[in-house]
Design a protein around this ligand. Structure first.
Ligand code: ADP
Ligand code: MG
Length: 256
């Protein structure tokens, strides 16, 4: 019997868009510090699920619990503060600003008075600012971005910008990190690097990772568990080995 509270518990979530049931009673449970992937064909409901978890969509019914906290109905910024951070599928970085400033923006999402107090140059704010910059440097080091800190994000390679996106989400000190196709468009080397990084985020930083990804080799190699969606329904859930051998999953992926 496992006494640990799940990091994330999704129960019976339903989302409709008109006649389309984008999510049709989906449930899954995620242990802390693990990598949990959500896979399925196009239109299966993966992005909708991430939008529910981050508070962009409110489900018609069902619940989402982050530890002991029920998230349904809370605003997206409140959910971020409670510890759910998302690295967006479409880069929403400020390209002209430096890597450091982009990561500082992630930090400022944590504080209420940060910008105002810093603007007034108050000593307490200066100390806080210094603390945040220190933490940003640590995160940059973790993601191999130290040498890029002062340069504009827009001048980094595509893979580099993706790393900044993950770094900015980590700068929010999340309990749960949501990743939507983090290796889409990357070459094999970059994919391997991001894969090992994601494993490291879960194992070393004890951050729970929810991963939506099309690259099956990556999903099967780094996930502790996998939930498979098809037409808004959960058709399988288990370890990578269990899911890969599930006839329902094989049917969906081979079109039989
Ligand atoms: P996936 O990310 O797995 O490809 P989505 O979650 O984007 O799937 O979509 C699930 C279903 O919901 C699809 O049928 C899609 O067309 C529909 N859908 C998603 N978002 C919207 C929306 N904002 N308005 C209407 N239909 C939507
Ligand atoms: Mg999608």
């Amino acid at each position: 019997m496992n006494q640990q509270i799940p990091a994330l518990e999704v129960s019976d979530v339903v989302v409709r868009f008109g006649a389309v049931k984008a999510l049709d009673g989906v449930s899954f449970s995620v242990e802390p510090g693990t990598v949990h992937s959500i896979i399925g064909p196009n239109g299966a409901g993966k992005s909708t699920m991430l939008n529910v978890l981050s508070g962009v969509y409110r489900p018609k019914s069902g619940s989402v619990r982050l530890g002991n906290q029920d998230l349904v109905g809370l605003r997206a910024d409140r959910i971020t503060k409670l510890g759910m951070a998302r690295a967006f599928q479409n880069l929403a970085l400020s390209g002209e600003q430096s890597v450091e400033e982009n990561l500082m923006l992630g930090r400022h999402s944590l504080t209420r008075t940060g910008f105002i107090a810093a603007g007034l140059g108050l000593p307490s704010a200066r100390n806080e600012e210094r603390r945040h910059r220190g933490r940003v440097r640590e995160i940059a080091e973790f993601l191999d971005l130290t040498e890029q800190l002062d340069g504009p994000v827009g001048e980094l390679s595509y893979g580099g910008q993706k790393r900044v996106e993950i770094a900015r989400a980590l700068a929010m000190e999340p309990k749960v990190l949501l990743l939507d196709e983090p290796v889409a468009g990357m070459n094999a080397g970059e994919k391997r690097y991001i894969s090992s990084l994601i494993a490291e985020i879960a194992r070393s930083l004890s951050i729970t990772v929810i991963l939506v990804e099309h690259d099956m080799e990556m999903v099967m190699s780094i996930s502790d568990r996998v939930t498979v969606l098809d037409f808004g329904r959960r058709i399988s859930d288990g370890t990578p080995a269990e899911v890969q051998n599930d006839p329902a999953v094989i049917g969906v992926y081979l079109g039989t």
